[in-house]
Design a protein. Structure first.
Length: 133
């Protein structure tokens, strides 16, 4: 199960870092209507996020992941904090555990997190993201 979690984190991290294409137009080529022709990468990107282009059927992975992350933040904020630190910021789970404990101490909360607790939060967060993705 931990191997699957690690693979999913890597996959989601790649999706999270995916950006909009740098080129909007292909250069000097004009479309049938006389307007500049879109660059193929831009056409795919626009089509993927909702409207025309080559991929009408489902949204781009980055958009789906953003929606899943928002849902996770609403449903399980502590899991969101942990997976954001590990997946997006690239933080080590042990460092995340220390961050959780420091935050609990600063906030006057009695809970303390072990490495096992932090791992469970990570696994649960990734499982929810995979379901919503």
């Amino acid at each position: 199960m931990l191997n699957t979690t690690a693979l999913r984190i890597a996959e989601f991290a790649r999706e999270w870092r995916r950006e909009a294409p740098l080129k909007m137009h292909s250069g000097t080529a004009l479309g049938l209507d006389g307007d500049p022709q879109w660059h193929p990468d831009f056409d795919r990107w626009v089509g993927a996020i909702g409207g025309g282009g080559a991929h009408h059927s489902n949204p781009e992975g980055r958009l789906r992941l953003t929606r899943a992350m928002r849902q996770l933040r609403t449903v399980a904020p502590r899991e969101y904090d942990v997976i954001y630190r590990v997946m997006v910021l690239g933080e080590d789970p042990e460092k995340t555990m220390y961050w959780l404990n420091d935050r609990a101490i600063r906030g006057g909360h009695p809970e303390r997190y072990s490495q096992k607790d932090t791992t469970v939060l990570i696994v649960c967060a990734v499982d929810k993201l995979a379901f919503w993705f």
